[in-house]
Each structure stands twice: as structure tokens, then as C-alpha cells.
Design a protein. Structure first.
Length: 216
């Protein structure tokens, strides 16, 4: 006897200024776009000390202005070693640190939330530049038992690899993230429509792009 698949359920929550919707029963999603955004955008420099970022959020200026931090370790691509990078993501209006899930990249490539941003030699910036309705509508059921729909959007993105110390752009790539599947879970910024899901670039989509700079 065939069985009818149950309607995917959703669990909603609000954490650290983000409204999240966990969706079960469809496809996988990229690593989360949350991160360390605590404190103001300032450096930990004291007096005439070295200019270093106090928080991951401070590295936004490396992505947007090409302005580096002179106190960060020098990047030498000729050295055949891993050059640790900070992954910064801008899916909407704001930049924040992203920590890839275990297995997305080799260990040591990207700094995590518990690591010090002052250890970064590189900053990898991933920015959503455009969103277009895919026409895909996912029927969901909330934790209150009420059904709702999630509309998915294909996106265009720009990826940059920037030297953290100098702010020099070493590489730029543009691409598209498309899918006809429903999400497993999603995070939306507070104030955004919780019934919209934006397909994002997945770690495997840009692993080969950043590898020559992080692990030459």
C-alpha cells in the first residue's frame, strides 16, 4: 500500500535579531549566514598599537571599501601552506561572518565563530546581487498546525577574495544559485518576509575558486 508523504513542518524562532524558519522534508541548504556581529564596528587598537579587527563584523570594510588592517598577518601566496580566511556573507542589507559546516571545506581554511578575526590572512566576501522568483512554491505547515507557503527565489552573487592586511582584491567571480527544490531550513533577517526563500551559493560551488588562494 502506498503512503501519502506528510506535509513538511516548520518551527519558528527569534534569536539574536534573526527570525528563523526550520523546514523539514525537502532539500539541503548552505551553511548558515549568522555570525559574530557583537559590538560596534571598531578595532582593538589601543593608542598607537597595531590596527586589527576586534570583531568579525569589522572585516566588512575589507569587503566594501578595500580597506585592510595593517596589524593582520602578511599574506604570501608563494608559501605552500594554508592561509586562514574569514568568510563574510551579505544575503540582504548587512554583512556578517559565516562559519561553514564541518566537511564543507578542509580544516583550517576558514576561521570559525570562536576564532580570533586577527588571525585572518584573507577575507572571502559573498554578496547577493539579485533575486528572481523561481516560480517554485513549497507547501509548509507551521508548529501551530497552520499551513503556509514559501516562495523560492533564484539569486545572483558576487564572490571576492581579498587580502585582509592590505585590502587588495585578489580575485572576483560572479555566478548564479538556482534550484527547483524546497529548503530544509532558512534564516531571514528580522523584518523580512518569512514566506520567501532565497537560493544561495553553496560551499561546494566556490571551493575550487578559493582553493588557489587559501591552500596553494
Amino acid at each position: 500500500m502506498s503512503s501519502t508523504p506528510s506535509t513538511p513542518r516548520a518551527v519558528r524562532w527569534i534569536t539574536a535579531g534573526l527570525v528563523g524558519v526550520a523546514l523539514c522534508g525537502c532539500s539541503s541548504l548552505t551553511a548558515g549566514t549568522g555570525g559574530d556581529t557583537g559590538g560596534s564596528s571598531s578595532t582593538s587598537s589601543a593608542g598607537d598599537g597595531p590596527d586589527v579587527p576586534a570583531f568579525a563584523q569589522d572585516l566588512e570594510r575589507v569587503c566594501t571599501e578595500g580597506l585592510g588592517y595593517s596589524g593582520l598577518p602578511a599574506y604570501d601566496r608563494t608559501k605552500k601552506t594554508v592561509h586562514p580566511a574569514m568568510l563574510m556573507n551579505k544575503p540582504g542589507d548587512d554583512w556578517s561572518q559565516s562559519e561553514p559546516s564541518a566537511g564543507d571545506f578542509p580544516k583550517g581554511w576558514f576561521l570559525g565563530y570562536s576564532d580570533k578575526p586577527a588571525e585572518a590572512e584573507l577575507v572571502v566576501c559573498v554578496e547577493r546581487t539579485k533575486a528572481t522568483a523561481s516560480g517554485k512554491v513549497c507547501d509548509m505547515e507551521g508548529d501551530d498546525g497552520k499551513p503556509f507557503k514559501v516562495r523560492t527565489y533564484n539569486t545572483s552573487y558576487r564572490l571576492k577574495v581579498v587580502e585582509a592586511r592590505t585590502g587588495e582584491e585578489l580575485y572576483q567571480h560572479t555566478g548564479e544559485a538556482k534550484s527547483d527544490e524546497c529548503p530544509v531550513y532558512m534564516l531571514t533577517s528580522k523584518g523580512e518576509d518569512a514566506d520567501k526563500y532565497y537560493n544561495e551559493v553553496r560551499p561546494k560551488d566556490f571551493r575550487k575558486n578559493v582553493q588557489p588562494f587559501i591552500a596553494p
